[in-house]
Design a protein around this ligand. Structure first.
Ligand SMILES: Nc1nc2c([nH]c(=O)n2[C@@H]2O[C@H](COP(=O)(O)OP(=O)(O)OP(=O)(O)O)[C@@H](O)[C@H]2O)c(=O)[nH]1
Ligand SMILES: [Mg+2]
Length: 316
């Protein structure tokens, strides 16, 4: 079955997104959708989206203001699609359903998987995630010193999500520090991810769990409720597929470049990263030897953004 290349538009106004309803008689009819449609032969995806947004919802946009969000391949059984998703917050016109379809502005938190076609799940995940995913990593520190140091850096960086990774601590010491960090993060609307065993969440009600690959590989089902956030560390293609099977909300993939935190790991480089990210069906953070300056580069390579243990923290 031939794959249909679909240009999909995320049009933002503040923290709300333009959503339409698919006609009852269309493929995946009656469900909500992001406006968009098929890329015609000889057309670039950005051009196709400019055309579709005009035809479907009466908006005029400049293709130079489109930014990549994610690319998702999905097989519906009766149809194979490649959803090529781009976003913009700059447009002219007042949106209205030019094909008679209802349109509305919805907050990201009001987008529910079941209201959309199945292929949209990773798009909704991507829209809830930032472009930076900081990972703590000050080997050797523990107790109050580690908590103070981490809080100081988080205060400077102000991320919306972060991963507390400290594999050198005992389980008790980790839980103790994580509990203190959670209080601090919750007061500042930072979503704290724990690292390691999913059972940690029973002691510390953090936003979610990030599984190292050696933990993820032993699991066969998603280890937490859908309200929590599941991240998985991946390094190669079959690991990405397993993470998707577990229902991961995102993965990290790397190392992209050489990194001081894992000196023995062989970097995959951007070309290979791009290839793997294109096949992934979950948002992918580029990891390893990268800094905040690499966010744009990473997004062009199909990444959600950049995850980092070292570089940017040391500047805070
Ligand atoms: N526009 C859009 N299409 C989506 C989304 N999610 C999703 O699976 N699709 C699938 O992408 C395919 C093509 O989209 P479309 O039906 O909008 O194509 P189109 O505007 O060119 O429509 P047409 O065939 O009536 O000319 C459909 O099979 C649809 O089910 C989404 O969020 N937005
Ligand atoms: Mg359409």
């Amino acid at each position: 079955m031939k794959e249909v290349h679909v240009a999909v538009g995320v049009v933002r106004q503040g923290d709300r997104i333009l959503i339409a309803r698919r006609p009852d008689d269309a493929h995946q009819g009656g469900l909500l959708e992001f406006p968009g449609g098929k890329v015609e032969p000889e057309e670039r995806v950005q051009q196709a989206l400019v055309r579709e947004l005009d035809e479907e919802v009466g908006l005029r946009i400049d293709p130079r203001n489109l930014r990549p969000v994610i690319g998702i391949r999905h097989d519906y059984g009766d149809k194979r699609v490649f959803l090529d998703v781009w976003e913009t917050d700059r447009f002219e016109g007042e949106p209205h359903g030019r094909e008679g379809q209802p349109v509305q502005w919805l907050a990201v938190d009001a987008l529910h998987d079941d209201d959309f076609p199945a292929a949209n799940r990773p798009i909704i995940r991507a829209l809830r995630l930032p472009h930076q995913y900081p990972i703590t990593g000050d080997a050797g520190m523990d107790g109050a010193a580690l908590v103070d140091h981490t809080c100081r850096r988080l205060a400077a960086l102000r991320p919306s999500i972060c991963l507390f990774r400290a594999p050198w601590l005992s389980r008790d010491a980790y839980l103790d520090a994580a509990g203190q960090l959670l209080d601090w993060c919750s007061a500042r609307s930072i979503r704290l991810m724990l690292h390691g065993d999913p059972a940690l969440l029973a002691s510390i009600p953090a936003a979610g769990i990030h599984l190292p690959w050696h933990v993820a590989r032993r699991l066969d089902t998603r280890p937490l409720a859908s309200s929590g956030v599941l991240g998985v560390s991946c390094h190669q293609e079959d690991e990405l597929a397993h993470a998707a099977h577990l229902g991961a909300d995102f993965v990290t993939l790397g190392p992209v470049a050489e990194t001081a935190s894992h000196p023995d790991a062989v970097p995959m480089g951007w070309p290979r990263f791009t290839e793997l990210a294109a096949r992934a069906t979950v948002p992918v953070y580029a990891l390893g030897g990268l800094s905040l300056e690499d966010v744009e580069r990473a997004r062009e390579a199909g990444a959600q953004g950049v995850a980092g243990i070292g570089t940017w923290w040391s500047n805070c």
